[in-house]
Write a protein that binds this ligand. Structure first.
Ligand code: CUA
Length: 158
């Protein structure tokens, strides 16, 4: 097969760019220790509400400024929908879904997780300032996805 010289140059340039980009992905993912998120634990979504700790969703004070918040997501709500913690609280969220994939995002924090049925999501953040944060489902989960949310109220301590 005959390939024009200029066409061959273009093919080589395209191949070179492709190789450079693949190399960049491999090098940066190795240097940054990139990995796929792994579930903290697994749980049967069908019996989630009977399985500890999800049989008792809510806010638990672990001592000091440490809080544990257990949240059950289902179409189309978070349980509990309102979470109250004091300012300075370091909150470990333990979350799972009973049905479909939901999102778990708190704007203004680094909490941005996917809730996969059968998987336990375990994410910790600190609320330094008093105020209110929205809790948003940011994965499309059906008809009322846009209404699925909650509220985190960070209370001022005296
Ligand atoms: Cu749950 Cu979108």
């Amino acid at each position: 097969m005959h390939i024009e010289r200029i066409e061959r140059l273009f093919l080589m340039a395209a191949g070179g760019i492709l190789a450079a980009m693949v190399a960049a992905v491999l090098v940066t993912s190795a240097a940054g220790h990139a990995s796929l998120p792994e579930p903290a634990d697994r749980v049967d979504p069908a019996t989630l509400r009977q399985t500890a700790p999800f049989d008792q969703p809510g806010v638990f004070h672990e001592g000091g400024n440490a809080y544990r918040v257990v949240v059950v997501a289902s179409a189309w709500q978070f349980d509990p929908g309102e979470i109250r913690v004091p300012e300075g609280a370091e909150v470990r969220f333990i979350v799972s879904s009973t049905d479909v994939i939901h999102g778990f995002m708190i704007p203004g924090t680094q909490v941005n997780s996917m809730l996969i049925p059968g998987h336990v999501t375990d994410v910790t953040t600190t609320f330094d300032e008093p105020g209110e944060h929205r809790l948003i489902c940011h994965e499309y989960c059906g008809l009322n996805h846009h209404q699925m949310g909650g509220q985190i109220i960070v209370e001022e301590t005296a």
